[in-house]
Design a protein around this ligand. Structure first.
Ligand code: NAG
Ligand code: NAG
Ligand code: NAG
Length: 724
């Protein structure tokens, strides 16, 4: 606090005397700043040391004296006086000395140590450094002791208009649609000025247009470039070079200026219609030009570009038969005339077409400037070309009955040379299509004859190719297909549809259906087949069988009685006559073989074997199953037994003297364990009663067989008349 107070006292005693050496402008600048201070604001550029801000608010008026001003870029013969330091202590005794320190002290600024005058020794540039901070002090010349504490002040470099405006982003490029309205903004430019923007008008810029009128204008303040002329046409001129000037000092005399260029390109709008380069096009097209081939090209030019220049082409007249079409080549924008149908010189020798080109895109803004389309006339001359013969029909369909005689004419084909020369034509059959040489053709008149008899049941279609060749030029050939369909005649008799295997149940009821019989016929009558079945006349009163018509081209064969027996007659042969309804009708005799069989109650055939007839009849099914089950059981026991024996490595040979007949097998016998080999002597089974005189056998297989047979006899005794 005491230090601050002391410094305050220094400032009151050490006066900075401002020397009037500046121009009028620097005076007014100072005046401005003073006015700013009066109004309570802080003058721009005024330095306010932080540590004294508290006191500043009370005595700010005095602070203006800690600044000095010096004009930039000042050059004269002598150093320029910036200002003077003065202290209250300086009362005339020459013992005082002023000392300067800080930025530029001694180099840029020099002080007269006696008078306190400060001079600028160099030219100063505000744009380089706008202010310098320095300290001043008064010292005793003799003792070199400071009489006052040092005090700080600022030398401000005052702006003069020494910098011209600059367009740093230039040169510019901009686009604007052609035909834009006056006032349409195009682009905006910007210039900068390095001079002090807040002091004076050195940096106050005004824009003007130097080149580019009357097409464009610029707003002096915003620098927005605008369209200034109505109806600017890209097709007339596309690019404009506009020169813009920026001038400082608010555009007044004496201001500095800078320029830039703006290249403005007009973009296309669809303001031009397509226009045919000619009003009449003439093409010559050969009559044999293929369909889809190019016959000629037309072009409608459009002064616009890109999408706006695109057109579609159409044939709008002169093509009643719809022979031509016109498409757009997307690359060249040409209209390509193509054939949709073949031309014929002999029929029509010229066409006069109306062709229209229409812009694809349409801008309603220009709807007033007429239709965006154009028409032209296209004359097409058809040119005669040497053409091959032409058949009266592209293909022929012939129907021939299969019984048609050899050498009969079945068809006559004809072809003629369409050219004016009218050559004679010769006819041939392509033998690749008639490998069997079924047909012949007359070379001169095209009559097709039959070379071999036809058979519909072998080949229904004979599709042959006939060629016609001009006599004048053997390379002029054309072909036609002759499809020959062979028509049916009734030349086949019906016959059984299959080889029937027919069975008849012995115990069936009279009238039982034993077979359904149907027939087939290779012929193909128009109204379908109708078969008539009958028994051969000599058997029409057959006592055993009869037939019944099912009304669907099949019959049922029925048994007439129930006394068919295998022993009596095993097979019956039943000849049946099948006839069709053709004219004349064809018929065949087919024999049905009927076999007599034994059936179950349900009528399922069980045995058709005569030998098997002797097998049990009275024996019921249940009994048979029971017998079988017992046999199997016994077999299992025997096999088990034998296996046990084998296990013990006991010989199975049974000695004659050990074959004791009195032995009785008791299944409840208790065995003697593994060691007891005698208890279940198998030999005892071999011949329990010996009635059939079987000899005891040592062979184990024989042994088993005999057991089975005997057991079977035991079980079936009384039921079976056996041949065993
Ligand atoms: C022959 O031509 C006819 C008619 O075009 C066709 O229906 C038939 O299938 C053809 N036959 C053969 C074997 O190509
Ligand atoms: C015969 O016809 C062929 C095929 O059209 C053609 O290339 C050739 O020039 C003709 N020859 C003559 C002698 O006209
Ligand atoms: C009918 O069947 C009996 C035997 O059952 C046989 O003798 C006779 O020849 C058969 N008749 C004919 C026409 O087959």
């Amino acid at each position: 606090k005491p230090q601050r107070l002391r410094r305050w006292r220094v400032w009151t005693s050490l006066l900075l005397v401002w020397i009037t050496c500046a121009t009028h402008t620097s005076m007014s600048a100072l005046a401005n700043q003073l006015r700013g201070l009066d109004q309570g604001g802080t003058a721009p550029g005024m330095r306010q040391p932080g540590e004294v801000r508290g006191t500043l608010t009370r005595a700010k008026r005095g602070w203006v004296w800690n600044q000095m001003f010096v004009l930039e870029e000042f050059s004269g013969p002598d150093p320029i006086l910036v200002g003077r330091l003065h202290t209250d202590l300086d009362v005339g005794n020459k013992n005082l000395k002023y000392v300067l320190a800080g930025e530029g002290a001694g180099t840029i600024f020099a002080i007269n140590e006696r008078t306190g005058d400060i001079h600028a020794m160099k030219r100063l540039d505000r744009e380089e450094k706008a202010e310098y901070t320095l300290t001043a002090q008064v010292i005793n010349r003799d003792t070199n002791e400071p009489l006052e504490p040092p005090s700080e002040f600022i030398i401000k470099v005052q702006d003069i208009n020494d910098n011209a405006p600059e367009f740093t982003n230039g040169p510019y490029h901009a686009t604007v649609p052609e035909m834009s309205q006056v006032g349409t903004p195009v682009t905006k430019v910007t210039a900068t000025d390095a001079d002090d923007p807040v002091y004076g008008n050195s940096a106050k810029l005004v824009y003007s247009i130097l080149e580019g009128q009357p097409y464009f204008s610029i707003d002096p303040n915003t620098a927005v470039i605008k369209i200034a002329l109505q109806g600017m046409d890209r097709e007339m001129r596309e690019e404009y070079l506009v020169v813009i000037q920026a001038k400082d000092m608010g555009g007044h005399m004496g201001g500095l200026s800078g320029t830039t260029t703006v290249t403005i390109t007009l973009t296309d709008v669809n303001d031009n219609p397509p226009k045919f380069s000619k009003s009449l096009y003439e093409f010559t097209i050969p009559e044999d030009l293929g369909i889809g081939q190019v016959g000629g090209k037309v072009k409608a030019n459009d002064r616009d570009m890109g999408e706006n220049a695109k057109s579609t082409y159409n044939v709008i007249g002169g093509d009643d038969k719809d022979v031509f079409e016109i498409t757009t080549d997307s690359q060249t924008q040409e209209g390509i005339l193509r054939l949709k149908k073949p031309l014929d010189f002999e029929n029509k020798k010229s066409y006069t077409l109306r062709v229209e080109a229409t812009n694809v895109n349409f801008d309603p803004q220009f709807s007033g400037s007429g239709p965006f389309k154009d028409t032209a006339t296209v004359k097409v001359a058809v040119e005669d070309s040497d053409e091959p013969p032409v058949f009266t029909q592209p293909s022929y369909l012939v129907e021939v009955h299969e019984n048609t005689g050899v050498n009969a004419v079945i068809e006559q084909v004809a072809a003629h040379d369409p050219d004016i020369t009218g050559s004679l034509v010769r006819y041939f059959i392509d033998r690749h299509t008639d490998l069997e040489r079924q047909f012949n053709i007359n070379v001169d008149d095209g009559k097709i004859t039959l070379a071999k008899p036809l058979d519909r049941e072998m080949d229904m279609w004979h599709n042959i190719t006939v060629t016609a060749m001009e006599v004048r030029n053997h390379s002029q050939i054309s072909r036609a297909i002759v499809a020959i369909k062979v028509l049916d005649i009734n030349d086949n008799a019906p016959e059984f549809a299959m080889e029937y295997e027919t069975f008849l149940c012995e115990n069936g009821k009279p009238g039982q259906v034993i077979q359904t019989v149907s027939a087939v016929d290779k012929d193909d009558p128009k109204n379908g087949h109708f078969f008539i079945y009958s028994l051969v006349p000599e058997m029409s009163n057959n006592p055993n069988f009869t037939i019944k018509d099912n009304k669907d081209n099949s019959i049922n064969v029925l048994a007439k009685h129930d006394t068919f027996r295998r022993q009596k007659q095993e097979m019956y042969y039943l000849p049946i006559v099948v006839s069709d309804n053709g004219s004349p009708p064809m018929s065949s005799t087919n024999t049905l073989t009927i076999r007599v069989c034994g059936c179950s109650k349900e009528g399922i055939v069980q045995s058709c074997n005569v030998e098997a007839y002797v097998l049990p009849i009275g024996l019921s099914m249940g009994a048979l199953i029971a017998i079988l089950a017992c046999i199997i059981l016994l077999l299992v026991i025997v096999v088990l037994f034998v296996t046990l024996r084998r296990h013990k490595n006991e010989p199975l040979i049974i000695k004659d003297d050990e074959d004791v007949r009195e032995n009785i097998i008791r299944y409840d016998d208790e065995g003697g364990g593994e060691e007891d080999t005698e208890a279940f002597d198998i030999a005892t089974l071999q011949n329990p009663d010996g009635i059939n005189g079987f000899l005891p056998r040592k062979d184990i297989n024989e042994l088993q067989n005999s057991i089975v047979l005997r057991l079977f006899l035991l079980f079936s005794k009384g039921h079976v008349v056996s041949s065993l």
